[in-house]
Design a protein around this ligand. Structure first.
Ligand SMILES: [Zn+2]
Length: 260
């Protein structure tokens, strides 16, 4: 059997997906990165998508849960075959705070999990976050919960189980010892009030316990973890900073005024 050089084995794939980025490619096409549940981050060519908005039925937007089908051929960029809308979270587009947080969650997930391969847990958490934003849950609370669980799923901590020096368990720490611990982002953990009274970022025991509870949760239970306004404000000061330190850079969508 004769085969042309380009006629390698093709594979046809399909998965739930979120659109992460879309840029023009040539005069008629677009190049689109999707975060897919089955294959992680996949960049593909959407042929004629630039020439005709109707080509993919108007579905090539962020904040849509899509079912995408594509073809992979060795040595070539994947080609998008079709898309179908599964669930719309378009309510997000009407509110700048929601947009900012949704863009952040999309970018964060794609940045934390760039490797090919199935991503069912990370995808499920992202979906929970996007859906919660669309439903009107506090963007800051959704942001912190999603961040904490994504980091935990990826194995990036931080380890909030015990003081890094004396090893006393978080649950055994009492408010008597100052009620405040010192969180050291670059060490991925904290020192209790007895072990240290300076350096790092001060965090209340309540904030540490809440962060730890979020780490151990997953959708849909994640929605039930209560974060008081005070603790949310504390976590707001430390968690995005921890993420940036871990990633070694600022995510574009984190720019802009703080949401608190
Ligand atoms: Zn200690």
């Amino acid at each position: 059997m004769k085969r042309g050089i380009s006629a390698g084995p093709r594979s046809f794939r399909s998965s739930h997906a979120f659109l992460i980025r879309s840029v023009d490619a040539g005069e008629t096409d677009r190049r689109i990165s999707f975060l897919t549940e089955s294959d992680g981050l996949v960049t593909m060519v959407a042929k004629a998508a630039r020439r005709s908005r109707k080509r993919f039925g108007g579905t090539l937007q962020k904040y849509f849960l899509l079912d995408v089908s594509w073809t992979e051929s060795p040595g070539r960029m994947a080609v998008l075959d079709s898309t179908a809308l599964v669930e719309s979270f378009w309510e997000i587009a009407a509110d700048w705070e929601k947009v900012r947080h949704a863009d952040y969650l999309l970018e964060l997930t794609a940045t934390l999990f760039p490797q090919p391969g199935p991503k069912p847990r990370a995808f499920g958490i992202l979906l929970w976050g996007i859906r919660s934003l669309a439903l009107g849950v506090s963007p800051a609370a959704v942001g912190r919960k999603t961040e904490a669980v994504l980091l935990s799923v990826g194995g990036w901590g931080p380890d909030l189980g015990a003081c890094r020096r004396c090893g006393r368990h978080t649950e055994a720490l009492r408010k008597g010892s100052g009620g405040t611990v010192r969180f050291f982002p670059d060490e991925g953990g904290f020192l209790c009030g007895t072990c240290s009274s300076k350096g790092g970022i001060p965090l209340s025991l309540g904030a540490v316990k809440t962060w730890k509870a979020i780490q151990a949760s997953s959708p849909p239970l994640l929605g039930r973890v209560r974060i008081s306004d005070g603790i949310l404000e504390e976590l707001q000061q430390v968690m995005p900073q921890y993420v940036e330190l871990y990633l070694g850079r600022t995510l574009r969508s984190l720019g802009g005024p703080p949401s608190f």
